[in-house]
Write a protein that binds this ligand. Structure first.
Ligand code: PMP
Length: 403
């Protein structure tokens, strides 16, 4: 008899269960389009050369110790991270009202940020896009938010944003509702608001006194251009919003398991900064005490060296270009096969994901008959495609649709 005999089995996490199933599949033609991680042209994980270079320097540096970092992490990292997000000459930085806190990757930043908003500002309602990254709901509820709501985002018919629905839902949100906004490369749809649409979103959020919580998991990785991918966040700062933003270095640095992230906070003046930092310190202290150093040192070294920074920018350009080429290739193959439907959305979407429009039945067919692994929502990770498998995948999609 165990005290845990009554513990019920929890549901599997779809993306990890799918990954395992794919790993266990012995078919040589299998293709993993599930988990959101970059793969190179040979289908292999890629350690960015600039990361390897810095790690080698670190390994040779006998002065580097394994002492604790401060509770809020490495300042050279969090300062550089905020500069990368806002642009280094952003007045919010020079005015001392923007600052960062090192966190356990993007998820940790969401968690710490949400707990601060709940505990210290008393916010209890949050809105996330329908659909969104599946973890937003759980992270916010675990942070103390009691009222989860969705705003409309995706229009199945047009395969683009349902902007009228989105704006209407925000208009009906209560004051101080926290609105989770994907900074760029919306996961899972790959479709971002246009600049005019962002302006309308900002108008309503200002009028209704809603609080923007940006989630930036793909800066630079989406378009290949760091500034372009930060446009929405910078626009909201320029309009005078107070906001927070979760930054992840999992994808753009390929540092998935090093858990390098930052919570950027922008206030309207510098007066409360010290108090806010002290309260965030207590939140982190009670949750995991302090963050790990390795990944943050790597990122800080790169962001603070003009030469390494340029090398890194070349890497993110290489990754985003390869993704774009694979989008073009998949669409071209589907057209060649006369696959029913319009496939323009594959090249219009940005970031690593494409929301294909495949139905759960077609997804099941692809997994069972063709050993091609993708989420039930029809989301595929474009990085899983390469010149050796894109024809196979297109034929399989054609088969799933025409069967
Ligand atoms: N937000 C979004 C939208 C994401 O896609 C991800 C990564 N899948 C994250 C946050 C956070 O990931 P991580 O904690 O690995 O940085």
């Amino acid at each position: 008899v165990s005290r845990c005999d009554g513990v019920e089995q929890g549901p599997p996490i779809e993306v990890f269960a799918l990954n395992r199933k794919c790993t266990e599949d012995s078919c040589p033609n299998k293709v993993n389009l599930g988990v959101g991680a970059y793969r190179d042209e040979a289908g292999k994980p890629w350690v960015l050369p600039v990361v390897r270079k810095v790690e080698k320097q670190m390994a040779a540096d006998d002065t580097l110790l394994h002492e604790y970092l401060p509770v809020l992490g490495l300042e050279q990292f969090s300062n550089a991270s905020v500069s990368m997000l806002l642009g280094q000459d952003n007045p919010a930085i020079s005015e001392g009202r923007a600052f960062g806190v090192q966190t356990l990757s993007g998820t940790g930043a969401l968690r710490v940020g949400a707990e601060f908003l709940n505990k210290h500002l008393g916010y209890t309602t949050f809105y996330y896009s329908n659909p969104t990254w599946e973890n937003h709901h759980l992270v916010f509820v675990n942070s103390g938010f009691t009222t989860p709501c969705q705003y409309r985002y995706w229009d199945d018919k047009t395969r683009s944003i349902n902007i009228e629905g989105l704006l209407e839902d925000l208009r009906n949100a209560p004051e101080n509702a926290v609105i989770i906004l994907h900074a760029c490369a919306h996961n899972p749809t790959g479709i971002d608001p246009t600049q005019e649409q962002w302006q309308k979103i900002a108008d309503i959020m200002e009028e209704r006194k809603l609080f923007p919580f940006f989630d930036s998991a793909y800066q630079g990785f989406a378009s290949g251009d760091l500034d372009k991918d930060a446009w929405a966040v910078r626009y909201f700062v320029k309009r005078g919003f107070e906001l927070v933003c979760a930054q992840s270095y999992a994808k753009n640095f390929g540092l998935y398991n090093e858990r390098v992230g930052n919570l950027a906070l922008v206030l309207s003046n510098s007066k409360p900064v010290a108090a806010v930092k002290s309260q965030v310190t207590w939140i982190v202290r009670g949750m995991y005490s302090n963050p790990p150093a390795h990944g943050a040192r790597v990122v800080a070294t790169v962001l603070n060296s003009p030469q390494l920074f340029d090398e890194w920018k070349d890497h993110i350009m290489a990754m985003s270009s390869r993704i774009f080429e694979m989008r073009e290739a998949l669409r071209a193959e589907l057209i060649k096969l006369n696959t029913p439907g319009n496939w323009d959305h594959i090249v219009k979407q940005i970031g690593m994901f494409s929301y294909t429009g495949l139905t759960p039945r077609q997804v099941e067919h692809l997994i069972q008959e063709h050993h091609i692994y993708l989420l039930r929502s029809g989301r595929i990770n474009i990085c899983g495609l390469n010149t050796s498998n894109v024809v196979y995948v297109a034929k399989a999609i054609n088969d799933a649709i025409t069967k």
